[in-house]
Design a binder for this molecule. Structure first.
Ligand SMILES: *Cc1c(COP(=O)(O)O)cnc(C)c1O
Length: 375
């Protein structure tokens, strides 16, 4: 059995080495390292895949969020709602842009923000909700839409973990990121669609937000050397686009491999007391960026080290809700307790999940988890 890893980028690369190397060589030959034709080709291909033609490639997923927020042009010190059980990028870019991240409690079953905890946080300064499709599954978009319509808020979808997933709304199956007003994603190597460095994208069905994002990502230039907005320099380089072009043709296959591994985990880890497996919402297709379980009775850390001793890595995403971090304490009401988010941070554990997991590896991981709970 091969060594078990959280992600296995090397084996995945070897599978597609010939194609990837050929595309990289083309970039080396024509030396258009920045804004080469391949960047446009990839953006068009991603647009087809997402069924949303307005794609702006950029340098990484955090930039994508910043640019999306800039494109929305909120008044200074707007309040933007985001789950506290989260990766930092959304709250970080909200604060950086001079707005206030307002933390929302998490949904215990699905890990995303709890739509029922949103309305109590809305004030006359609230302008948007960032829905982070955590671990590869969309938030409950029909409720978010309802709330946002009622209170006139925008929906920004952080789809860094959910690319390729879908959500059914009004009987239509839509690609994650195409339900809200604007979406962002990341091509960090370990993401479901990852390149060999940094990369990201913004996409939106709204032409106005798309055009603004495109301009902002390119120094706010209307035409070259004519600036009508303050922008940033955020580009996807040609080499990364070339790699992503190849990997995008495999994304559906990658997602089904992840689902197959998740299915095996579900079958072999069912019915263990104190172990709750991830749930898939009946409107969502899950892309299992992470396979995240909840471990009861304060035994999570013990399980993690038990597995480590057996050569099995596991990760805690995320060990501390954002409002508990020194940098973000000022944005939370000191008396407020986020019971669910705190409980999740204390109980979640993500198992190895990638496209190259062998059946023998999954079996070994599951046997080890079962052994732990027998003791
Ligand atoms: C990875 C990630 C990001 C940031 O992407 P980078 O490319 O690393 O900047 C943002 N949000 C979420 C939810 C992520 O998982």
């Amino acid at each position: 059995m091969n060594k078990i890893q959280m992600v296995d980028l090397r084996s995945q690369y070897l599978e597609i080495k010939d194609q990837v190397d050929e595309e990289i060589n083309k970039v080396l030959e024509n030396t258009a390292f920045i804004n080469g034709p391949v960047v446009k080709e990839f953006a068009a291909q991603l647009g087809d895949y997402l069924n949303c033609e307005n794609v702006v490639p950029c340098a990484n997923g955090t930039d994508a969020l910043q640019i999306a927020i800039m494109a929305c042009d909120f008044p200074r010190e707007s309040e933007i709602l985001v789950s506290t059980f989260n990766y930092v990028a959304a709250a970080e870019t909200i604060a950086l842009m001079g707005h206030k991240p307002v933390f929302i409690e998490a949904d215990e079953e699905y890990f995303n923000l709890d739509p029922e905890k949103i309305e109590e946080k809305i004030t006359d300064k609230t302008r948007a909700i960032v829905s982070v499709h955590l671990f590869g599954q969309s938030s409950k978009m029909e409720r978010l839409q309802e709330i946002c319509k009622k209170h006139n808020l925008l929906i920004i979808e952080d789809n860094a973990q959910g690319i390729g997933g879908t959500y059914e709304i009004d009987g239509k199956v839509l690609s994650n990121g195409t339900i809200g007003d604007i979406a962002t994603t990341s091509f960090f190597p370990s993401k479901n669609l990852g390149c060999f460095g940094d990369g990201g994208a913004i996409y939106s069905k709204r032409t106005d937000l798309f055009e603004k994002s495109k301009k902002i990502a390119n120094h706010g230039q209307r035409v070259k050397y004519d600036y009508d907005a303050i922008g940033v320099n955020s580009r996807l380089d040609s080499m990364q686009a070339a790699i992503l072009k190849v990997k995008l043709t495999r994304l559906d296959e990658y997602i089904s491999k992840r689902n197959k591994a998740a299915q095996m985990y579900n079958e072999r880890l069912g019915n263990i007391e104190n172990l709750i497996l991830p749930k898939v919402h009946d409107k969502a297709s899950h892309v299992f960026h992470q396979y995240t379980m909840k471990v009861g009775e304060g035994r999570r850390d013990e399980l993690k080290s038990y597995l480590a001793d057996k050569g099995i890595p596991s990760m805690i995403y995320y060990p501390k809700p954002l409002h508990k971090n020194d940098a973000y304490i000022e944005f939370a009401n000191p008396n407020e307790v986020f019971h669910i988010a705190e409980k999740l941070s204390a109980s979640v554990l993500s198992l190895p999940m990638h496209t190259e997991l062998g059946d023998d590896q999954v079996d070994y991981i599951c046997d080890s988890v079962r052994d732990f709970f027998k003791n």
